[in-house]
Design a protein around this ligand. Structure first.
Ligand code: SF4
Length: 378
């Protein structure tokens, strides 16, 4: 067993252990049982350290709640990933890239997880059906980008990870490999020197991490991000907009700035999906737009993620922007800048080219060019 597996072993993974840790007055084991049975729980030592008090941002993200049982308008597979799955473990939604689920498990389980219908259940993300996934990618030359997810891809052993990288690199049309992983926040010990050395053989490999609150950027997680960056892995971050956790412009600004300091480019800010069991995490779209408005122009452009809704039913990611343009016609565009000041941009006058462009024969054109005659005389 490697060191990171030993650390993982020290996680809290039952309601009784959770009650021992936080007290039975805080953890009502009987009341939480249905939520726990619906979606499993594991909380790593790193996350336990991040929980500073009952109800704080880490608590809400990882401790099961009876609110998970209040299903209002959420659905089991809110993005219809299974509808776009041609073979097990693959979702092929966009023209040139596929999502490849390579691990059924995560180090810790986030209670708002979109994929909670299958994450944590090895039968639903089977590891013995890799071959059909590799065959599918090999048979589709339009796939130039493979996104490895799960669960968390980084929960595989180095051997397992290298096997996946090798199989993908044997497919000539796969240009880039992306790892979607929350491991740096959950189990920074997983980013070992051995992994960092091995991964460099298979570049270009990108990693999209996942951070929702500035308190998740601890000295340990920041050090793990640094090891990945030093291994030449460009790092991006996903953030989910979560009610009562990060739906606040000041918290988001601090998070985005801390990510940049840790060499991570904020990539997507997602509206929480309409997933059954996660509805109490959702806030309004207006709140997300307000947050983007509070970032754009007020801090580095690099710190501003794309704000998107992953369209329910499988429509893909749709970007949402605050309204900057007031009016637009052929002559001008009227808009407001980040501070609300009004500006006008004049549209260029586009001249229509002549129907039959005049083309001189090469010899005549040379003769007609005084510059060329001059050059020839020198
Ligand atoms: S790490 Fe990702 S896949 Fe795993 S539980 Fe959290 S959100 Fe879901």
């Amino acid at each position: 067993m490697s060191d990171w597996q030993r650390v993982l072993h020290g996680s809290v993974d039952s309601l009784d252990k959770l009650a021992e840790k936080f007290g039975r007055d805080q953890i009502d084991v009987e009341a939480l049982k249905p939520a726990f049975e619906n979606f499993q729980m594991r909380i790593t030592p790193q996350i336990l350290e991040q929980i500073k008090e009952v109800g704080d941002s880490a608590w809400q993200q990882y401790i099961p709640s009876t609110q998970e049982l209040d299903v209002v308008d959420g659905v089991i597979d809110s993005l219809d990933e299974d509808g776009d799955s041609p073979v097990p473990n693959i979702t092929h939604r966009y023209p040139d890239r596929v999502l490849f689920l390579v691990s059924p498990v995560c180090a810790s389980y986030c209670r708002f997880c979109t994929r909670r219908r299958k994450v944590g259940d090895p039968e639903k993300i089977p590891l013995n059906q890799y071959d059909s996934a590799f065959d599918y990618i090999a048979a589709h030359p339009e796939v130039r980008d493979v996104i490895l997810s799960g669960g968390d891809h980084m929960m595989l052993s180095d051997r397992g990870l290298e096997y996946v990288f090798q199989r993908l690199r044997a497919i000539p049309h796969v240009e880039i490999i992306r790892i979607g992983s929350r491991i740096t926040a959950h189990l920074p010990e997983r980013i070992t020197p051995e992994f960092c050395e091995m991964v460099q053989k298979y570049h270009p490999i990108y990693m999209n991490t996942h951070f929702n609150h500035p308190s998740e950027l601890t000295p340990d997680t920041v050090a793990a991000l640094g090891r990945l960056a030093n291994a030449g892995i460009p790092l991006g971050a996903h953030t989910v907009l979560l009610r009562g956790i990060n739906d606040d412009p000041a918290i988001m600004k601090e998070l985005m700035q801390k990510l940049l300091r840790a060499r991570v480019k904020p990539y997507y800010l997602y509206m929480a999906d309409q997933v059954a069991g996660g509805e109490h995490f959702r806030t309004t779209v207006q709140k997300g737009i307000e947050i983007i408005q509070a970032l754009r122009g007020w801090t580095s452009g690099m710190a501003v993620p794309h704000f998107v809704i992953d369209a329910p039913g499988g429509g893909g990611k749709v970007p949402l922007l605050p309204e900057y343009v007031e009016s637009m016609n052929e002559d001008e565009v009227v808009f407001r800048n980040y501070a609300g000041e009004r500006y006008v941009y004049k549209q260029p006058v586009i001249t229509v080219p002549a129907a039959e462009p005049q083309v001189l024969p090469m010899r005549a054109a040379r003769k007609a060019s005084p510059k060329r005659r001059k050059a020839g005389n020198e």
